[in-house]
Write a protein that binds this ligand. Sequence first.
Ligand SMILES: C[S@@+](CC[C@H](N)C(=O)[O-])C[C@H]1O[C@@H](n2cnc3c(N)ncnc32)[C@H](O)[C@@H]1O
Length: 208
Amino acid sequence: MSWPMALIYDHWMHPAESAGLREWRAELVRDLAGVVLEIGAGTGAMLPHYPLAIRRLVLAEPDRHMRRRLAAKCTRLVLPPIELCEASAERLPFPDASCDAVVSTLVLCSVRSPPAALAEVVRVLRPGGRFLFLEHVVADARSTRFLWQRGLEPIWRQCAGNCHLTRDTEREIARAGLAVEAIERQSLRKVMPFLRPSIRGLARKPLA
Ligand SMILES: C[S@@+](CC[C@H](N)C(=O)[O-])C[C@H]1O[C@@H](n2cnc3c(N)ncnc32)[C@H](O)[C@@H]1O
């Protein structure tokens, strides 16, 4: 993601955050504890919502412009013990089964390979560990919105840091072997119409 995107990101997302996204974020992570990894942490939109009960919070963000803003935000908030790391979701520098939970918000649309990223999520989660997700996704294939998504995707990817509009992230999560325990499918408010379909919820790494 280029520096202009990092520069405008918080401002651009402000209407959506105020229209309910902030509450979705808070609800997603409110009972987390132990060792938590957030992939694609961006400018730190999740930071105000992490409970202080978290023992170690690792923020992975590959883009240096985003990471600089993330680091600045970390200094302004009261947070659990925190670690910033330059890592892509497809290659996480952490041992197997080392995390109690992994968080991904608005990231799987942009990664190079969702299957590779989710395979890494599964690898670093301990058995029974939780994957918390909040992602914008493909619209119903019979809808006009889907046709817009498909038409706009090539140019949108160029403008918005490889953000894809037609990813079926729910299917990718299940394909990765995570068991979806809770999922909400709702429209993100105050974003462009082609970004509205969203999913959020909890998937768990099986115990065996
Ligand atoms: C739309 S922003 C979302 C930022 C933040 N998670 C949020 O909820 O506001 C997408 C983020 O994913 C990051 N990203 C892109 N490709 C990635 C990858 N392969 N692995 C991890 N993060 C990636 C980008 O650098 C950017 O910070």
